[in-house]
Design a protein around this ligand. Structure first.
Ligand SMILES: [Ca+2]
Ligand SMILES: [Ca+2]
Ligand SMILES: [Ca+2]
Ligand SMILES: [Ca+2]
Length: 375
């Protein structure tokens, strides 16, 4: 019966314009960012600039507001068009789940079962005091070669499990031959609307170090935008005040099975978190959730320097992470014109580990890297 009522309300409010246009772009009405990413992305730094497709995922910042009976969330960044998932958990009422239980609605092909308790007492665990009440998830992929299509699922997270949930509709982003972007937000039975614009090439870079999703506090304006009707959370129609709304957002694998390092609030310099059942956000410094109305902590851009290479090349203004991944020698705060000291003139090239003598450790070092391709 409750589901039937919800459908009726959705139909009644579906035609009303919200305060934000669900097109993936950050509207002025959102105000300042509530959270800024502080971690490079381990799921790929999209440099394609295509408004529909992305070949990587990142969450550079979050802006949120409540307007017209809905919660609006804008996440600057990209969602890879390979059906990797954006997972949203919303804590906006008493009760809920601090650890994802094994007895939740089966939506998105076992999403909550894959992240939740498998019967052994595990399950993705939020920061203490964050008790999620609603789950919304989406993924996107190719729409017959002319754009992307995204699919949305949702579920209630009742304190003791069960609750209702289901498939919440699909939307598309198309770019025509003239480059005109058309976002058709998802429209489903539950009133949840999603729009994606994947054109971002800024924000964080690839890797697992510290990074900054909004350099100089300039937000990434394109990304994923979601409207969630509040009645999906106020499921008993009590007229809840929604004066303490918090959202945990992260990118997960296509099977809801591999948590990335793109979490808001950020992880502060971390590799991907891997199996969701083993994730415990209490083990990570800071809040892995975003508070509606909060002012984001400004992020500190990672230190840069020069990067010297054995072939004589040198790059200016790169991060340690970028330099190291290219097998260069990094110098914090230095410029190429300062010169490169690669410690050359090695008069004992067989002393691979630099211990001062050639011994079996050098052999093991060599064997340990045998077959690696050098640039
Ligand atoms: Ca918008
Ligand atoms: Ca709650
Ligand atoms: Ca980026
Ligand atoms: Ca934490």
């Amino acid at each position: 019966m409750r589901t039937l009522i919800a459908i009726g309300v959705a139909a009644a409010t579906g035609g009303l314009a919200g305060a934000a246009t669900i097109d993936g772009m950050l509207d002025a009405e959102y105000g300042a960012l509530a959270s800024i990413q502080n971690n490079s992305t381990g799921f790929g730094d999209d440099q394609s600039g295509h408004a529909a497709y992305a070949d990587g995922s990142e969450l550079d910042g979050a802006a949120m507001m409540i307007s017209g009976g809905s919660l609006f969330i804008h996440l600057g960044g990209n969602l890879q068009s390979n059906f990797n998932k954006l997972e949203l958990f919303i804590d906006a009422r008493d009760g809920g789940q601090n650890r994802i239980l094994g007895i939740n609605p089966d939506v998105g092909f076992g999403a909550l079962q894959r992240m939740g308790d498998d019967g052994s007492g595990n399950g993705l665990t939020f920061d203490a005091g964050f008790d999620a009440d609603l789950y919304v998830s989406l993924g996107c992929g190719d729409d017959n070669g002319n754009g992307i299509i995204y699919y949305v699922d949702y579920a209630e997270l009742r304190t003791n499990g069960d609750g209702v949930g289901g498939y919440a509709g699909s939307g598309t982003t198309h770019v025509d031959a003239k480059g005109v972007v058309t976002v058709t937000p998802s429209a489903g039975d539950y009133g949840i609307a999603v729009g994606i614009n994947n054109s971002n090439t800024g924000g964080v870079i690839g890797g697992d170090g510290e990074d900054c999703g909004a350099l100089d506090d300039v937000p990434v304006a394109s990304g994923i935008e979601i409207e969630i009707p509040l009645y999906l959370i106020d499921w008993d129609f009590e007229g809840l005040p929604f004066d303490n709304v918090r959202v945990c957002a992260f990118i997960n694998g296509a099977g809801h099975d591999w948590v990335s390092n793109q979490v808001l609030g950020g992880l502060g310099g971390s590799a991907n978190l891997a199996d969701p059942r083993g994730v415990d956000f209490n083990a990570v410094d800071g809040d892995q959730f975003v508070v509606l109305g909060a002012d984001a902590d400004p992020c500190v851009p990672p230190a840069t320097g020069r990067c010297c290479f054995a072939n004589g090349e040198c790059w200016d203004g790169v991060t340690y992470e970028h330099c190291d991944s290219n097998r260069g020698l990094w110098g914090e705060g230095l410029l190429c014109e300062d010169g490169c000291d690669l410690g050359g003139g090695n008069d004992c090239p067989t002393d691979v580990d630099g211990s001062g003598m050639t011994d079996v450790d050098d052999l093991l070092e060599l064997i340990g890297h045998f077959g690696e391709i050098c640039p």
